[in-house]
Design a protein. Structure first.
Length: 371
């Protein structure tokens, strides 16, 4: 356990022996990625409304575009992507025949964006986190949006529980997948001015489907990082914001915090090597660090970041979506190529959702309504 001598009260009255014990403990004799960095209390910088709106739209649109670019690469390896499509993915494609998403036109997103939009629309309607209503929104997706677009198993099981009448507090399953984390970007935007309320909202929303600690840590990590990026100024370093996010989730799952810290140390590696080491499956301990790496590698270059994510295959839709939303949150919608913005499914709806979230998050009453 780390003990900072300066924070121990009555330090001057402590016997000398104990002072040395505390000092030895404070030497932090642990691997660097296990250390807990101490940050000053969060100070929210001022970002003007136009820029903030630009970033909120970038978050939502970037998410859907990353999802749609990854859709044909989901479940595939790097080699299979080249074999089926003759090249690496550089634009929207239709999934190859026999793929679970082969019925979708190019530019279509998958279940990740559907659930993210359900979360956003529920926040906009309720203007607060109402977990019971969020559960209803997910149940409505489960019952009415068919065929489901390669849905995650944990989400399906939790929705099945909801459909049998279980309350949202009892519907979640013990899964460490990223299925809850991917619906967090709207929560990050909506509660960006109140980190403590944001964390509670993210956890409440997460347990509707996922109760495992790494899934909960992933949910908080995505919401918190989106909130910080959407309000970042020129002086903010994306790497520091990821480290701060790691600190925020360390008490929920230490492994998630350790992996987030680790990816800040390997951004010099080429994507192929780094993503091989991190893994790109739908496990929260792979998907969130993988997306964070791609974002840190190219923090303001949407195309490079998202293509690095989707060409690794596996959970390409989820990793691509998270990468796109991180870059969009920092660099704004203008960093996203216009051709992609035009061709993505429901482009107008995505932009409108981003704008509405921006206006609610900025309104003076939003944070009090949240509580
Ligand atoms: Mg999906």
């Amino acid at each position: 356990m780390l003990v900072n001598c300066r924070e121990v009260s009555h330090y001057d009255e402590t016997p000398v022996l104990f002072r040395w014990v505390w000092r030895l403990e404070s030497l932090e004799l642990q691997p660097f990625y296990r250390r807990t960095r101490r940050y000053p209390p969060v100070k929210i910088p001022e970002v003007n409304f136009k820029e903030f709106t630009n970033r909120c739209v970038g978050t939502i649109v970037g998410f859907a575009i990353g999802d749609a670019l990854g859709m044909p690469a989901e479940f595939l390896t790097r080699d299979q992507i080249r074999r089926y499509y003759g090249k690496t993915i550089t634009d929207f494609l239709r999934a190859h025949q026999g793929h679970a998403s082969d019925f979708l036109p190019s530019g279509s997103y998958t279940d990740d964006t559907q659930m993210m939009l359900a979360t956003a629309e529920c926040l906009i309607e309720c203007q607060k986190m109402d977990a019971a209503r969020q559960g209803d929104a997910l149940l409505s997706w489960y019952l009415n949006t068919v065929p489901h677009r390669t849905p995650m198993r944990a989400n399906m099981r939790a929705c099945k529980h909801l459909s049998t009448g279980r309350a949202w507090t009892k519907s979640g399953v013990f899964s460490g997948g990223c299925g809850a984390a991917v619906r967090m970007p709207p929560i990050g935007l909506f509660f960006c001015q109140s980190p403590e309320i944001l964390i509670k909202a993210a956890l409440d929303d997460c347990i509707i489907t996922h109760t495992e600690p790494r899934a909960r840590a992933a949910a908080v990590a995505v919401a918190y990082l989106i909130a910080r990026l959407a309000q970042a100024t020129e002086k903010c370093s994306p790497g520091d914001q990821v480290l701060e996010t790691a600190d925020r989730v360390a008490h929920i799952d230490e492994d998630m915090a350790a992996l987030l810290r680790w990816v800040t140390q390997i951004t010099h590696l080429p994507p192929e090597e780094a993503l091989f080491e991190i893994g790109c499956s739908a496990d929260a301990l792979e998907a969130i660090p993988a997306a964070t790496y791609c974002f840190l590698k190219y923090p303001r270059q949407f195309h490079n970041a998202v293509l690095a994510a989707v060409n690794a295959g596996d959970a390409a839709d989820s990793v691509g979506a998270l990468t796109g939303s991180f870059v969009g949150a920092l660099a704004g919608v203008e960093a996203i190529p216009q051709s992609l913005r035009r061709q993505v499914e429901n482009a107008d709806l995505l932009a409108a959702v981003g704008e509405r979230l921006a206006s609610l998050a900025s309104s003076a009453g939003a944070q009090s309504m949240a509580s």
